[in-house]
Design a protein around this ligand. Sequence first.
Ligand SMILES: [Zn+2]
Length: 367
Amino acid sequence: MDNDARDTLKSPSDGPAAYFDGMSSRRRAVNLRLADQLEIREDEQTLAAWAYADIRRVDSPAGVLRLSCLTAPALARLEIRDTAFAAELVSRCTGIDDNTLGRRGVATIVGWSLAAAVSIVAVVLFGLPLIADRLTPLVPEAFERRLGEVADSQVKTLFDGKVCDNADGQKAFVKLVTAIRESAGLDTSVQSGVLSSSVPNAFALPGGKVYLFNGLLAKAENADEIAGVLAHELGHLKHRDNMRGLIHNGGTSFLIGLLFGDITGSSALIFGSRTLVTSSHSREAETNADSFAIDVMHRLGRPAKPTGELLLRVTGKEGKGLSIISTHPLSEDRLARMSREDQSASGPPLLTAEEWRSLKAICTAKI
Ligand SMILES: [Zn+2]
């Protein structure tokens, strides 16, 4: 839209600004668009999108509105001079002045920094695994959730997947997940989806997100097989294995990042989320997640053995693969255990035959 047209609108929906991406020192002339998020655009290309709730005001000279964003690189800035547009934007940013941390926020950060500082010393003295166990319960949930969000976008990029949303399939999936979640005693903050990637995999991210990959679903022959996998991943969530693994794998550099960097942003997060997506859990964490899954399945009156069969079918006897699979306990051993501790079905099937068919087709567009 041209300028004249824009001036006739009461509330401008786009406006000019200067943008620094936080990576290079280059100043870019951009156009901002007030969509679901604040879109930062250059030559019809969206460079970044900032959620309104994450936008914060930064000190600036008079006549300039200068902004940062919690999920953007720490040094990324926007500068806006158009006052009408600035006012419209500010009215949408609910947390714009939350930068000045409340007393509690400061206390949390100081406390957490102290914990990190003590931990670094402890790491040197005692080694990481012990510290990871001790420190995990101290990681603030808000931090964990944000970490999960960053990891979430990396998962989608890394595995080149979209979340499948065929309506009937989605309905069946929600039914299955809800049954397992309730039986596992986890609250509704757990979110899950089927990702269109052909990799036979599944994993959980901090903050409560579980992904099942279509590649694993394709190899499954019944709902019990998948239910056990989902229950296993919920087990990781419940035990916060991701945070533990992160501290363990990321080690001191992660802790130092937390200590000196801002908790909400930047490098610690990016480093952390990468580690999350590529690393695996300890054998102990896997065994515990399997125990959790067996337990949940039994509480649902369903057998645990099918999950073991699925894993063995996917990996062969070698047990090579990703996440749910790669992490050591050989599929054969896991199947043996799940068979040993199996109970025959005493409850109704988790999905009807038709719902199972819909779930299997969740990544196919509806005809
Ligand atoms: Zn696992």
